[in-house]
Design a protein around this ligand. Structure first.
Ligand code: ATP
Length: 327
């Protein structure tokens, strides 16, 4: 059997107290390369404190953090942080530096060659929908909140760190901008192979971006698992209640056409049809298919079922999930 690759991040029994208040309690998890873990939970549950212990912005009282098998306490915090991208809600761009200069901060510290830095900056700004000829020489105050957030992301990616920590990266944006940046973020080639830990208190965001979710309450792990596990196999009443208000929306986003219709021939045809394979597949979520079927354009003509058929199949799939869990 091939050896299991060792985790990129390993957190063991991590705890932190502020005065008499235990903010993070005995938290453990491991992250494989390329995995996205979302830290989710109510305000004040310890998400940010946990995140900041990964790059030593906060030192733990007990427990260990290992990155690539090395205890972070044995590394210089500055060296450690240069190898880990960090994106925060407040963005923290340097106001008297241009966009390009802000993006280049870490590569300059790392003494990358100027030509390489310029090429990387241009590529990243282009990829993040900030055409460099227009934005490279602008200052942060000349940008919208969404654009500043993109520059913050470009800066975190500039030195190509394998690990990225994100603390409410879209928190300051209005809901529409937020959801469109989130879509871009999901599709960004630069992020495909990164190992990421992201803090949010937005349940939809967590479900859209996470491979696994770590749900915290009062510093304690309530459940660690895939979005689907948290939704369909809640570990306790807290987990169940946490998702109750948005349960239907999350179920629609979690179950796919493959889940609800099984392996039916029409769906296989979808996969094999070059005209539609980019748009719909058995991995398309019920939510995406529903949006297409109810939209004004004719994207839905590629779908071999109606809204009513989709909803009926969705209802049956939910029942199957619940029955499987009861067994
Ligand atoms: N430096 C500090 N000194 C004392 N208490 C702190 C400090 N930092 C955080 N806390 C407390 O620790 C608890 C957890 O804070 P933390 O910021 O980690 O929570 P959070 O889950 O990220 O919250 P939010 O979603 O509101 O940002 C809170 O009760 C907070 O008041």
């Amino acid at each position: 059997m091939p050896a299991t690759p060792s985790p990129v991040v390993r957190v063991s029994h991590l705890s932190k107290r502020f005065g008499a208040h235990t903010v993070v309690q005995e938290v453990s998890f491991e992250l494989a390369a390329g995995e996205t873990l979302v830290l989710l939970g109510p305000s004040g549950c310890g998400k940010t404190t946990l995140l900041k212990m990964l790059n030593r912005l906060i030192e733990p009282d007990s427990g260990t953090v290992e990155i690539n098998g090395q205890n972070v306490l044995r590394q210089q915090p500055e060296t450690l942080r240069r190898g880990i991208g960090y994106v925060i809600q407040q963005v923290g761009l340097l106001p008297h530096y241009t966009v390009a200069e802000n993006v280049a901060v870490v590569p300059r510290l790392l003494r990358h060659a100027p030509a390489a830095i310029a090429a990387r900056t241009t590529a990243l700004l282009t990829r993040l929908h900030l055409p460099p000829e227009r934005y490279a020489n602008q200052y942060p105050h000349q940008l919208s909140g969404g654009q500043q957030q993109r520059v913050g992301l470009a800066r975190a990616l500039a030195a190509d760190p394998p690990i990225i920590l994100l603390d409410e990266p879209f928190g300051a944006l209005d809901p529409l901008t937020r959801s469109s940046i989130r879509r871009e973020f999901r599709e960004l080639e630069e992020l495909r192979n990164k190992t990421m830990v992201m803090v949010t208190h937005d349940v939809t965001e967590a479900f859209e971006l996470a491979d696994r979710i770590l749900l915290l309450e009062a510093g304690q792990v309530q459940q660690l698992g895939t979005p689907r596990e948290l939704l369909f196999q809640p570990a306790n009443d807290f987990v169940r209640r946490f998702f109750a208000a948005e349960r239907l929306a999350l179920q629609l986003r979690t179950l796919t056409l493959g889940d609800v219709f099984g392996d039916i021939p029409q769906l296989n045809r979808l996969d094999n049809n070059p005209g539609s394979s980019d748009t719909f597949s058995i991995q398309t979520t019920v939510n995406e298919a529903l949006e297409a079927l109810t939209s004004a354009d004719d994207a839905s003509s590629a779908l071999p079922f109606t809204v009513a058929e989709l909803m009926a199949a969705f209802g049956q799939a939910l029942q199957r999930e619940e029955d499987a869990w009861k067994r």
